[in-house]
Write a protein that binds this ligand. Sequence first.
Ligand code: SF4
Ligand code: SF4
Length: 208
Amino acid sequence: MMSINTVMVEKYRNNFLREVEANVEEGEWVKMCMQCGVCAGSCPLGDAWEHPPQEIFMMIRAGKREDVLTSDSMWMCTSCYNCIVRCPRELPITHIMHGLAHYARRLGIQPKNNPTQWFCDVFWNNMMKKGRVNELKLGLSLYFKNGFLSGIKESLKNAGLGLNMVKARRMSPMDFFGGHGVKDISGLQKMIKKAQELEADRIDRHGG
Ligand code: SF4
Ligand code: SF4
């Protein structure tokens, strides 16, 4: 029979913090946060987010699993590393934020209509076709995201920018004809597939 103390400890043990420690990249650092607020004050976008990093870490420790994993704040991190260089406890904040977003996605509970995730998918699929990003197709995917008419308007609005990019050699005229690719695209695709299998296997065995 469990003692009253054991029952109390079980009751108040924070399962979500343990879940984060086991499954999220660098999640074991969350408990080291001393809530000084330096990261929130240093984040160039923190004011625009519902929950800046400091608050996310506090919510994890408070066991607010659903609020954290369905928040879009982690998806807004631009990896500027301002927070990391200033955190007095040296928490790898950027990696934790991305780790939380990745974990929410693995669970299928990430926020819906998330523009960052949408862009990541478009970028990844574009790059995987030939092993290099086709800027023209990437740009067009963005412009036509909200429908045909809106795409035409956006494309015309930015036509000058596109031409300047071609002139400055930041976009190749070859992009109009499919773009350049790596020599051994099937080799690259096999390598990435193998890496994804190894990663999925690692997550199955160890979490995170
Ligand atoms: S700067 Fe570091 S210690 Fe301070 S609130 Fe942010 S994560 Fe926590
Ligand atoms: S790395 Fe992300 S969380 Fe950190 S300051 Fe930059 S945008 Fe904010």
